[in-house]
Design a protein around this ligand. Structure first.
Ligand SMILES: C[S@@+](CC[C@H](N)C(=O)[O-])C[C@H]1O[C@@H](n2cnc3c(N)ncnc32)[C@H](O)[C@@H]1O
Length: 208
């Protein structure tokens, strides 16, 4: 098991109990995502965590595969889906690359609050582009710290990791992130800052 998977396994229970920091912004992201969803869509969400967002979107699409590196997160997510009577989500443990979807097979890919946590972000974005159909959508919400005073949090990461209290965090600017998404073959259709602090960037991008 990787260090990151073990970190999130340990955090799964407390993450499931934690409250959404800014409910209005979360609901805006849900609503804006659903503007792009249609009933026949095949969707993948990577880094799905405890599955709350996949469960909300499931009634609007044909099928969601919810992927996460943490087996404990997925156990909570699948229990929640069962309790909610949602039957069109399947769960897969691992990274998006390990899932290895067929090229051009998906209508939408979601990566929410996860891309700033992966060391190989550009490879993950390239994988999203590979597995989406032309015209498919990529929805992301990503912490972009480069131009924020919060970037200094990166200095705390080694200690936080040592104490088991922080995951690795990768620092980028919003412009850098948008440039990477565009360079991978997407056209950005929505891009806005999180209301609080302005560091989380919500983006909907369409594969050209
Ligand atoms: C901050 S949580 C976000 C969970 C959920 N998307 C949300 O918005 O509440 C990050 C999640 O990404 C998962 N994760 C971290 N690195 C990953 C990777 N390389 N591939 C897939 N999942 C990953 C973690 O296990 C964790 O569940």
């Amino acid at each position: 098991m990787t260090e990151s998977a073990s970190f999130w396994d340990k955090k799964a229970e407390s993450y499931a109990k934690s409250k959404i920091g800014d409910e209005a912004t979360y609901q805006r992201k849900i609503a804006e995502t659903q503007e792009f969803l249609t009933p026949n869509m095949q969707v993948v969400e990577f880094g799905c965590g405890t599955g709350s967002t996949a469960i909300l979107h499931a009634p609007f699409v044909e099928h969601i595969t919810a992927i996460d590196i943490s087996a404990n997160m997925l156990k909570i997510a699948s229990d929640k889906a069962k309790d909610a009577g949602v039957e069109n989500i399947s769960f897969s443990c691992g990274t998006l690359q390990e899932f290895n979807a067929q090229a051009g097979s998906l209508d939408a890919v979601l990566g929410l609050n996860v891309l700033h946590l992966v060391p190989n972000r550009q490879a993950v974005i390239a994988e999203v582009a590979r597995i989406l159909k032309p015209g498919g959508i990529f929805v992301s919400s990503t912490v972009c710290l480069r131009n924020s005073p919060l970037r200094f949090i990166k200095l705390l990461v080694p200690l936080g990791k040592l104490l088991g209290q922080m995951p690795d965090v990768f620092v980028m600017s919003e412009e850098e992130f948008a440039g990477e998404v565009t360079a991978a073959g997407f056209q950005i259709e929505r891009q806005w800052h999180h209301a609080k602090g302005g560091v989380a960037v919500f983006m909907v991008a369409r594969k050209r």
